[in-house]
Write a protein that binds this ligand. Structure first.
Ligand SMILES: Cc1cc2nc3c(=O)[nH]c(=O)nc-3n(C[C@H](O)[C@H](O)[C@H](O)COP(=O)(O)OP(=O)(O)OC[C@H]3O[C@@H](n4cnc5c(N)ncnc54)[C@H](O)[C@@H]3O)c2cc1C
Length: 334
């Protein structure tokens, strides 16, 4: 029998420290709990969404008039050639597990916040790596709101249809990730340790980690999507990570947006793709900065900035984030 709580403050559950109450809140301990909670919600026609560590999400002050689930399972198990992580395992713990054993496969993720499940959902990546390069298999739960059918699945990495911050789990009829099998190969322990420490140090130096944020606000801009003129303007900052891109941070910098504030929110001067909460930022403050950046990028460079963070719109009970202006879009886990 699952125990669903009521009126839980979401600000204390997410890294941004912004957000009102969830009408219903539940911390599943295992896939059985998830199935039961999904059934509970579907059979009562209650909207629901799933959270990992909440490091990539922005909730409104009006909260979420439905069920929020935050996965508490953190089991780690060795399987020949790989390690199986419950989806609620913090990435930091997964990286430590590999590092302590001198195993290759996750060093790129040194300092990546969030859970293993959250990383798979958005194909998280950094320093030239992406979770898709490490995944062997993903266990998930699919559901059909219309029929109430709930099914367990196992997907190969190819079946996950990973792309740039994309996966099959992020599609409108998404699935809940319950466990992830990560390939583990013996490596040079010292080299693994040094790589992980280097990434953590890079983040400390260049990211505004003293303030709450949801990481990079926008996805980087595929070079292929911009005009010749814009390519020329940004030629010296183009990076191949994971394909040729213009870093959004460079665009926001050129637009003079570093340090711009609305209310308690700020476009970080340290790294302008991080929109930080200086203490009392609201959903409206952050959304205002997002709209400002999008408008200016469009007006100056005819570039459409696409949100990487997941924005939950309390008015429509949608979890979206593809585009603030298209927030009426309601993907599966919502
Ligand atoms: C300081 C900072 C630095 C960051 N740096 C990076 C970076 O370098 N690269 C990068 O890619 N991201 C980065 N991020 C963003 C974030 O950490 C990642 O996207 C992370 O993978 C999100 O994991 P999470 O568990 O916190 O997911 P949450 O924020 O809880 O959820 C994000 C989305 O994933 C879905 N989700 C979460 N868990 C599951 C699950 N088990 N099944 C189905 N759906 C699920 C949620 O519904 C939501 O839509 C950074 C964030 C911060 C705050």
């Amino acid at each position: 029998m699952i125990r669903i709580k009521r009126n839980i403050v979401l600000a204390s559950r997410v890294r941004y420290r912004i957000g009102g109450r969830a009408r219903y809140f539940f911390e599943p301990q295992n896939p059985d709990d998830i199935e039961e909670a999904v059934y509970w919600a579907i059979s009562r026609n209650v909207p629901f969404l799933f959270l990992g560590a909440g490091t990539n999400v922005l909730f409104p002050e009006t909260g979420f008039d439905g069920l929020v689930m935050q996965y508490a399972a953190t089991e780690i198990r060795e399987v020949p050639g790989s390690i199986r992580f419950s989806a609620g395992t913090p990435m930091a713990r997964a990286v430590d597990y590999f590092t302590e054993r001198g195993m290759q496969g996750l060093a790129w993720a040194g300092g990546l916040p969030g859970t293993v499940g959250g990383a798979v959902f958005g194909n998280a990546g950094c320093f030239g790596g992406e979770i898709k390069d490490s995944v062997l298999e993903v266990e998930s739960i699919s559901f059909d709101r219309a029929t109430g059918r709930i099914e367990r699945r196992v997907r190969s990495a190819t079946d996950c249809r990973f792309g740039y911050r994309e996966s099959v789990f992020k599609q409108p009829d998404g699935e809940i990730v319950t466990a992830v099998l990560i390939r583990a190969t013996p490596g040079n322990p010292a080299a693994v340790r040094i790589e992980v420490a280097g990434h953590i140090e890079h983040r400390r130096r260049f990211h505004p980690l003293d303030y709450p944020s949801a990481g990079s606000t926008f996805k980087n801009i595929p070079l292929a999507s911009v005009s010749e003129e814009v390519r020329g303007d940004f030629a010296e900052v183009v990076k191949v990570d994971p394909f040729p891109i213009i870093p959004v941070a460079a665009v926001l910098d050129r637009l003079g947006l570093k340090g711009t504030r609305i209310g308690g929110a700020e476009i970080s001067a340290k790294h302008p793709n991080f929109f930080i909460n200086r203490g009392k930022a609201t959903f409206t403050d952050i959304s205002g900065l997002i709209s400002l950046a999008k408008t200016m990028a469009w007006q100056r460079y005819r570039v459409v900035l696409e949100e990487e963070i997941r924005i939950v719109d309390g008015a429509t009970l949608a979890i979206g984030g593809e585009n603030l202006d298209k927030r009426r879009f309601v993907p599966g886990i919502s």
